[in-house]
Ligand binder design. Structure first.
Ligand code: ADP
Ligand code: ADP
Ligand code: ZN
Length: 217
């Protein structure tokens, strides 16, 4: 099963991905995580992505598509992928569909996690991420057991440089103008599932799992 997680920055895609990958037995592919890894390793891709990420703009489609398609070529993705943060533009969505179709695969469902704008800003300003495994935490809604340390791997937690209010506002603008059209794209294909993301983390997980079960039954 291949599933796309859609949602504004801060909607809870990374948080839900951690639950869903276990539930569905699929691999988590997060374009933002791939870019941050490239950045931390100072690769050419990382350097290219840096200036866009700092401003909250999208990295150009061509490099983004190439990076993600290369990732899903690896054999661990054969049993299914949970896409998080990709696709973010219509061209990315179409490129992904074409690639999967060429291998007789497809996107089965797209889950759109909807959260009001004020809540998104609150979530992002209190977000902490594990430097090692990228698990997201929140100072209030999802604190780690030990301050500054990841529950999963013990890695150090840090705040992303693009989670400042100014960059968040730009990222939200980009989401509404460039990414929202994809919601309609999947809706037209009959693949869209809408979930109220403005509830507790475990309630959102339960809602997504329920929908995916009913739909694929
Ligand atoms: P968020 O937490 O906002 O969903 P991500 O970690 O997914 O953030 O992305 C962080 C940044 O990485 C984006 O603001 C953008 O610059 C870049 N990026 C991630 N995914 C994509 C994509 N699919 N297309 C273009 N740029 C991307
Ligand atoms: P995204 O990947 O969509 O950008 P994250 O999963 O990183 O979003 O979540 C953004 C922030 O909000 C994190 O600090 C996370 O702990 C917190 N968060 C996620 N889901 C919820 C929720 N349902 N209620 C409250 N806070 C949440
Ligand atoms: Zn960790």
């Amino acid at each position: 099963m291949n599933v796309v997680l859609l949602g504004a920055p801060g909607a809870g895609k990374g948080t839900q991905a951690a639950v869903l990958t276990k539930e569905l037995g699929v691999v988590h592919v997060a374009s933002g995580d791939l870019f941050r890894k490239a950045l931390s390793e100072n690769t050419e891709l990382g350097l290219l992505a840096k200036s866009y990420m700092e401003k909250g703009d999208l990295v150009p489609d061509e490099v983004t598509i190439e990076m993600v398609l290369e990732r899903i070529r690896k054999p661990d993705c054969d049993s299914g992928v949970l896409f998080d943060g990709f696709p973010r533009t219509l061209s990315q969505a179409k490129a992904l569909d074409e690639k999967l179709a060429s291998e007789s695969r497809q996107i089965d469902k797209a889950v759109y996690i909807e959260v009001p704008e004020e809540a998104l800003i609150k979530r992002l300003s209190g977000r902490w991420i594990c430097r090692e495994c990228q698990t997201p935490y929140h100072a209030e809604s999802s604190p780690p057991k030990v301050t500054g340390r990841c529950d999963v791997c013990g890695g150090e937690l840090y705040q992303r440089a693009d989670d400042t209010e100014e960059t968040v506002r730009e990222r939200l603008k980009v989401f509404f103008s460039q990414t929202l059209p994809i919601v309609e794209y999947y809706e037209t294909q009959g693949k869209l599932l809408r979930v109220d993301g403005n509830q507790d983390i475990n309630e959102v997980s339960a809602a997504i799992t329920r929908l995916l079960r009913t739909e694929s039954a």
